[in-house]
Write a protein that binds this ligand. Structure first.
Ligand code: NI
Length: 166
C-alpha cells in the first residue's frame, strides 16, 4: 500500500523517533508499505517518521525504482562516521522541489537489525553513505534543509509560504 508522505513544515517531521522494540507483523507490513511508497515516489530512501510513524525504521534502495535490486531495511540503525567530510547533492520526498549540496562524512559504519532481527554491520560510502545519513537524520527529527546555508533555507521557506497562501 502506498502511504502518504509528510511534507515540510509538518511538525511530525521534527520528532525524535523511538526504537522498534519487537519485529512484529505490523512492523514487517510497515516496511513493505514504505518500500512500495519509496519506489512509487522515485526515492532511494524513506524513514518511518516521513509516513507519520515515529519509529527508528528506514528503507533504502540506491539501485533506484527501476532496478529495485538492493532493498535494505534498517531497524534501530546506529552510524559511526569514518571518512572525511564531502559535499554532495541531496533531495528529500518530504521537501519537494528542492535540492542542495550537503556536507557529510564520506564513509560511515552502519549497524542495524534487519527484518529477521539479525544484526547487520557494513561500511557505506558514496551514495549509500549519503542516503544512510540522510535517513538517519529523519529519525532524529532533522531534515537536510536544516544542514544547508541560512540563505538557501530562507529562500525555500519563502517559496513554501507563498504556496501555502495560494
Ligand atoms: Ni529525506
Amino acid at each position: 500500500m502506498i502511504l502518504p508522505v509528510l511534507r515540510y513544515p509538518d511538525p511530525r517531521l521534527k520528532r525524535v523517533s523511538g526504537p522498534v522494540t519487537e519485529i512484529t507483523p505490523l512492523i514487517r507490513s510497515l516496511a513493505d508499505d514504505m518500500a512500495e511508497t519509496m519506489y512509487a515516489r522515485d526515492g532511494i530512501g524513506l524513514a518511518a517518521p516521513q509516513v507519520g510513524v515515529p519509529l527508528r525504521l528506514v528503507v533504502m534502495d540506491i539501485s533506484g525504482p527501476e532496478v529495485r535490486g538492493d532493498l535494505m531495511v534498517l531497524i534501530n540503525p546506529v552510524l559511526t562516521p569514518l571518512g572525511p567530510e564531502k559535499e554532495s547533492d541531496e533531495g528529500c520526498l518530504s521537501v519537494p522541489d528542492f535540492r542542495a549540496q550537503v556536507c557529510r562524512p564520506s564513509r560511515v559504519l552502519v549497524e542495524a537489525l534487519n527484518l529477521e532481527g539479525e544484526v547487520r554491520r557494513f561500511e557505506a560510502e558514496g551514495t549509500l553513505a549519503v542516503c544512510a545519513q540522510h535517513e538517519y537524520d529523519h529519525l532524529e527529527g532533522t531534515l537536510f534543509i536544516d544542514r544547508v546555508s541560512r540563505l538557501k533555507r530562507a529562500l525555500y521557506d519563502r517559496r513554501i509560504r507563498k504556496k501555502e497562501k495560494k
